[in-house]
Design a protein around this ligand. Structure first.
Ligand code: FAD
Length: 401
């Protein structure tokens, strides 16, 4: 059993913690920083077993252009791109209403509006890169206890090791109880909705089309994957997903076809189905001396606008930028000068993205005839009013904050 002093300890090697580990490498090499990553679930680069790691289940994520640029900067994009399907067009509609809005990459003069990547693949690429870096891996190991000490935090690991860290980054997804143990309060508002996710095979080529369809139950999103496959995110009123999870594949596909219609072709096969209860959760503190909160631990959003990881990755890049700005001036990673700078960089973006995705859900979740017409008009209007629609698209792509 060891007790080790490190400059930065990252709790959680999920999408966000792993991205931070990779992003920190140049600054760590330049400034001689000791970095540790602690991940509770066993990791493997074998595709058959990554499914068991909670961050890297059957989900696929829509990654904005801005995130692609960050991954390029980190040197992992060429590997991630092997399983990335470009989104060329987005079709937004509302069931039972005329309003439809279409966004296309061509009119915005970009190669793609975004990319859809299986989480398991992103995780595999990030972990391969991490395993080649000179950092302290503690995996599988859980941080069981965390306590403030002069100059940082003290971490007790489940494998018996102890770490003392100048800066501790909480990237544990927010479900491990560590936030509560530190007394960091969160605001939580349940959407009373559950997202049912699965991968589908469709009868005709999707040609890079992503669909977002708002129904009385909540939005249904279909995102293009490599081959003739699409990723489904089907929102249900809480509890109603259970019956659909229990259906056999054929009945499930029939119900989905009825709810979504034929515009994406016929749904032929469905993979494993998983359910995620949806809430808006925001931590009331993002930084303390010696501590920063990132990713889902800082903010869990409704997936309707595909913004959660994109927002978190910008947080990763801003934390590294704040460190790069402060370290040459003699500041240490846990100093409030560094973390205050990080928080100032994040505040506006976080606020805007949360308001944007929460606003979208509330707008489409209210069942009032006048509002329904306004929504339809809004969607049609978006189609007619070019600049507004382009602003929406640029924000969804992470090109505008
Ligand atoms: C249905 C759905 C669809 C989504 N689609 C999109 C999308 O299209 N685009 C997008 O940008 N975002 C999307 N998101 C959001 C995105 O998935 C999250 O933002 C992202 O997964 C957050 O990653 P994370 O690393 O913060 O947390 P997690 O993925 O929860 O990872 C946390 C990690 O910490 C580890 N851990 C936990 N506790 C401890 C401990 N005590 N000690 C050590 N390790 C620990 C866990 O094992 C895990 O690996 C979606 C979310 C959902 C639910």
């Amino acid at each position: 059993m060891q007790s080790r002093r490190v400059d930065i300890a990252i709790i959680g090697g999920g999408l966000v913690g792993a991205s931070l580990g990779v992003a920190l490498a140049p600054a760590a090499a330049r400034h001689g920083l000791e970095v540790a990553v602690i991940e509770a679930a066993p990791l493997s680069v074998e595709p058959a077993s990554v499914d068991y790691q909670p961050s890297f289940d059957a989900r696929a994520s829509a990654i904005a252009q801005g995130s692609r640029q960050h991954f390029e900067h980190l040197g992992v994009w060429s590997a991630i791109a092997r399983e990335a399907e470009p989104i060329r067009r987005i079709h937004v509609s509302e069931r039972g209403r005329l309003g439809v809005t279409r966004l296309s990459a061509d009119e915005l003069h970009v190669e793609a509006l975004g990319y859809v990547i299986p989480n398991a693949w992103m995780g595999r690429v990030l972990h391969e890169r991490l395993s080649a870096l000179p950092l302290h891996w503690h995996c599988p190991a859980k941080v069981e206890d965390i306590a403030a000490m002069p100059g940082g935090y003290h971490l007790q690991l489940s494998d018996g090791n102890r770490l003392e860290a100048g800066l501790t980054v909480l990237a544990d997804g927010g479900r491990s109880g560590l936030k509560e143990r530190l007394g960091i309060a969160s605001r939580e508002a349940s959407y009373s909705q559950v997202a049912l996710i699965a991968n589908l095979e469709v009868s005709r080529p999707h040609r890079g089309m992503a669909y977002e369809r708002f129904t009385d139950e909540g939005p249904i999103a279909l995102l293009p994957l490599t081959g003739n496959r699409m990723a489904l995110i089907w929102t249900h009123h809480a509890g109603e997903e259970r019956a659909r999870l229990a259906l056999d594949d054929g009945d499930f596909l029939d119900e989905l076809q009825r709810a979504f219609g034929d515009r994406a072709g016929r749904f032929r096969r469905v993979g494993e189905r998983h359910a995620y209860p949806l809430s808006l959760i925001t931590a009331e503190e993002q930084v303390r001396p010696g501590l920063a909160v990132l990713g889902n631990a800082a903010h869990a959003l409704h997936p309707v606008a595909g913004q959660g990881f994109n927002l978190a990755l910008r947080g990763v890049m801003d934390l590294v930028a704040a460190l790069e700005a402060g370290l040459p001036n003699g500041q240490s990673p846990g100093d409030m000068a560094v973390l205050g700078d990080f928080e100032r960089r994040r505040e506006g973006d976080r606020h805007n993205v949360i308001r944007f995705s929460d606003g979208l859900i509330r707008l489409f979740g209210i069942d009032h005839p006048l509002l329904s017409h306004a929504r339809a008009a809004g969607l049609v209007g978006l189609n007619l009013v070019g600049p507004l629609r382009r602003t929406l698209a640029r924000r969804a792509m992470g090109m505008e904050r």
